[in-house]
Design a binder for this molecule. Sequence first.
Ligand code: ZN
Length: 111
Amino acid sequence: MTEEINDEEKYQQRSRDLDEETLFVVSQTFKALSDPTRIRILNLLCTEEHSVNDIAESLNLSQSTVSHQLRFLKNLRLVKFRRAGTTLYYSKDDDHVMNLLKQAVEHAAHH
Ligand SMILES: [Zn+2]
């Protein structure tokens, strides 16, 4: 048996430890990060909260596009909102995924 096969077996052993729920959430997380518009929105919310209007203007996107993507990100609990009158203010809800995003941005910068 070669060293390579041993490593592969070890990898499969670890893979078996991930249950279905975990696999689903992890793949949804990477799905959330796989869209340029969502990446731009998350990057904006990395530091501070913004209203939907604010996000749309900052990123030169339509309100409906922003709202649609924010709902997607909210469902995955990556962003949260608070209401002030008729205005919704969105902010990050998860530092793990923001750290993933920062890592990916830093990775892109040295290529
Ligand atoms: Zn890197």
